[in-house]
Structures are given as C-alpha cells and as structure tokens.
Design a protein around this ligand. Structure first.
Ligand code: TRP
Length: 445
C-alpha cells in the first residue's frame, strides 16, 4: 500500500506520541536501571547519553527520512531508494522484530502478573521465590500470550484508531506515574545514597570497553532504532512534518524518561539497603529489579503497595506502546509484501511471535541470550546498515530529511556523522561484541 490509500497519523502530536510510546518502555525502566546498576552507575549513564546524541539521533533521522520519503514499509522502502539489492536489510529488520518482541513480551508478562497480584494480594514476602515462580515456566508463557493478544488487538485497530489512540491515552498516564513515583522516592530516608551512586561518575568505568558496548546497545534499544520501527512509523507521515525537530524531541523525551526512572529506582533500593541485590549481583541481573523493588515495596506498608502497583502499571503501559510498534513492523511487512489484510496479518504474526517466545518464557537464560543477540548484533548491525545506506546509497538524503522542516535544523552535522562517525563506531562495537555474543549463544546448548 502506498500513495493516497496509505493510512496516516492525524497530526503532529499523534505521530510524536506514537514514536515516544515506542521508544519509552521496558528499556527505559527495567533495562536502563539494571544496566546502570550492573555497569557502574553514572559512567554508564553518561556513555548512554553520548550514544543517544551522537549515534542514535542521526540513525533515527535516517529512518524517518527513508520511511517518510518512500511511504512504504521497510523492505519496500529500502528497495525504493537502493534497488532490490538492499531489500535484505529490510528482511533483517523484520527478523529483529520477531526476535525482540518474542522475549520483550515475556518480560511484559512478568510485569502484568506482578501488577495484578500486587493489587489483589499485596507484594509477596519472599520476593526471590516469587520471581523464580513468575519468570519461568508455563505460567510465564500464559502471561506472555495474554500480553501478545493485547498487542494484536491494538495493531489490528490500525494506525489512527489503534496505535495512535493507545499512545495518546497511555503516554500521559505513564509520565505522571513515573514523575510521581520519583517524587515519592525523594521523601525516603537514605534516598541520597541512591542519588550518589546514580550521579557520581566513576571515570575508570568510562574506558571499560564492556560498558561502552552495552551503552551503545542500550541507546539503540531504548530509542527503538536499528530495525525499522521509526522507519515504519514515518511511512505514515505526511510531507509537512519537521523531521529534524521531531527526532530531537523524541530522543530527548526518551532519555528524559530513562533518567527520571533512575530517580525512582535508586533511592528506593538504597534507602532499603538492597543495593547488593542489584549492584555487582553477578547472577541474574536481568531479574534483579523484579526482586529488589518488590522487596522494598513489601517493607513500605500500604504506601509501598500503592506505589508498587503504580510502578508496575507504568511498566505495563510503557511495554504495551513499545510492543505494538515492534509488532507493526512485521505486520506492515506482511501487509505490503504478502498482500494480507491488516486484521489477518496482525493475528497470524501475533501467533507466530507468541510461539517463538516459548523458550524465553520457559528459561531466563534463553531470554538473556536473545536480548544480547538482538541488541548487540541485530540492532547495532541494523544501525550500521542504515547509516551506510543513507550516507552512501540514497541519492538525496538531505532533501528527504529537510522537507517540511522549519525549526532548529541540525542536518548540516547529520550527513557527516552518518558517513564517517556512526559507521566507524558501530563497526567497532559490532566486531568486538561478536565473540561474547557467540559464547552466550553456544552456552545455551
Ligand atoms: N524502545 C522500547 C523500550 O525501550 C523497546 C522497543 C520498541 C524497541 N520497539 C523497538 C527496541 C524497536 C528496539 C527496536 O522498551
């Protein structure tokens, strides 16, 4: 579908909200916080900010320019600008969408169960035992399947009535929840120890290559870039949008929510002396937050229960608006490429991804390996492909990026970054992370 029959957003805010909805999710709250704890606090945050600004933002604008210019889903859009030889990159995007959503939805399922059961019964006394019960097995699969069904319902609704409406209802709610919890956390005794860990930069960590690599992966994951989500969303845009300005707004909002999420997580954890559960916990850091935070909420009485339920509500809302964007990439590829109807495509793709999530629901080691492959290989590789494509293959990238722009125009630095900076940085990161990713995969079998 292209041209006049293509669906479009209602206006500027519809698109921005949906894109922010995609960007803001489990990545900002769960993944950002546990990586910050694991990788050394503020040093990680600083590197992540640098990658967001210097690498992530240019790649996001590249996706926007390709998507809006071509008015097509990723595979067709890359073919449109680069000829059939470039369609494979769109295929990698669709594959990444499959992989990421298959495990993302499992984690979202944990959040749903935590939220529902805490609202009904309060937080469990033994948080570790509870986490082991919730995170693996057929129960986890059931919650994952339920969450997938929810995503399918939204995506079936289409661009305006499904995705845009969901994002405009849920994003403001998420924002108030996150800020409200951060303010509450500030009132806890001992909160300042949390701020100290979160905000004092340990410069020895900045030169630690592992920290650099995971900060890059996190920037891509959190911004929803490197696999065509932003490209697909931009393909539903009309020509009067200010792409440089809107990409900046989206990146700032995404970083902002992650940064504020740190202000809810670290004070709570340090105030209750639970830092050893998350920091330097070499076993199962993935689940650390799902153990430490409920432990904290359980000791804080009624207030803890209310704040805790709000926390999981925010997590679920963020996860849902992100999951629908991942699903949309695969669904739009099926609509454009296979000629399926939207409803049919949403249901079939949803079932396929639901089934693909089975091993992640049954074992957290598998989930962890999928997360590593997706971020350090598929997204970083996808970003590299997008930078090279836009910088060297696309004929008039600046024209595509600038059309409709009227505000602050940072495109003069955009192309040089895409041509020279981004490929070198991402190439180095991709190459260096392959051995570790490979051994993580091999360890599964
Ligand atoms: N950015 C989302 C988050 O932070 C996750 C997400 C949605 C995503 N769409 C994506 C990650 C596309 C990578 C690529 O939770």
């Amino acid at each position: 579908m292209s041209g006049d029959s293509r669906e479009h957003w209602t206006g500027r805010t519809g698109f921005v909200l949906a894109a922010v909805g995609s960007a803001v999710g489990l990545g900002n709250m769960w993944r950002f916080s546990y990586l910050t704890a694991e990788q050394g606090g503020a040093a990680f945050v600083l590197l992540y900010l640098l990658f967001t600004a210097l690498v992530g933002l240019p790649v996001m604008l590249a996706e926007f320019s390709i998507g809006r210019g071509a008015q097509r889903s990723p595979i067709q859009a890359l073919g449109h600008y680069g000829g059939p030889r470039w369609r494979w990159l769109g295929g990698v995007f669709v594959l990444a969408g499959f992989v990421i959503l298959s495990y993302y939805s499992v984690i979202a399922g944990w959040a749903v169960r935590y939220g529902v059961e805490a609202a009904l019964f309060g937080f469990p006394a033994d948080a570790s035992a509870y986490f082991s019960r919730v995170s693996e097995g057929w129960d986890a699969f059931a919650y994952h399947a339920a969450f997938m069904a929810l995503s399918v319902i939204v995506v079936r609704g289409g661009v305006k009535d499904g995705i845009e409406r969901a994002a405009s209802l849920m994003m403001p709610a998420l924002f108030f929840l996150v800020v409200g919890i951060a303010l509450y956390a500030a009132t806890l005794e001992g909160a300042s120890r949390g701020y100290a860990y979160y905000l004092n930069v340990d410069f020895s960590k900045i030169t630690d290559w592992n920290v650099v690599v995971s900060a890059a992966g996190q920037a891509f994951f959190s911004l929803s870039i490197g696999m065509g989500v932003m490209l697909t969303f931009a393909s539903y845009l009309t020509r009067d949008h200010d792409l440089p300005g809107e990409s900046l707004l989206i990146a700032v909002s995404d970083f902002g929510v992650a940064f504020v999420a740190g202000f809810m997580v670290f004070p709570v954890i340090f105030a209750l002396g639970l830092q050893s559960d998350v920091i330097g916990a070499d076993t199962g850091t993935i689940g650390a937050l799902f153990i430490a935070l409920p432990k904290a909420f359980a000791t804080m009485g009624d207030a803890g229960r209310i704040v805790g339920v709000c926390f999981f509500a925010a997590l679920i809302v963020g996860a849902l608006t992100s999951a629908i964007s991942l699903l949309e990439v695969v669904v739009s590829a099926a609509i454009d490429g296979l000629g399926w109807g939207r409803g049919q495509a949403a249901v079939r793709v949803g079932i396929a991804i639901g089934l693909l999530g089975t091993p992640s629901a049954l074992g957290i080691a598998f989930l962890d390996a999928m997360d590593t492959v997706a971020n350090q290989v598929l997204l970083i590789g996808g970003g590299l492909g997008l930078a090279v494509f836009t910088g060297y293959v696309m004929r008039d990238p600046l024209v595509a990026a600038r059309e409709g722009s009227g505000g602050f125009d940072w495109t003069p630095v955009w192309l040089p970054l895409l041509r020279y900076g981004v490929p070198v940085i991402l190439g180095a990161i991709l190459l260096s992370s392959i051995p570790a990713t490979w051994s993580k995969l091999v360890a599964l079998f």
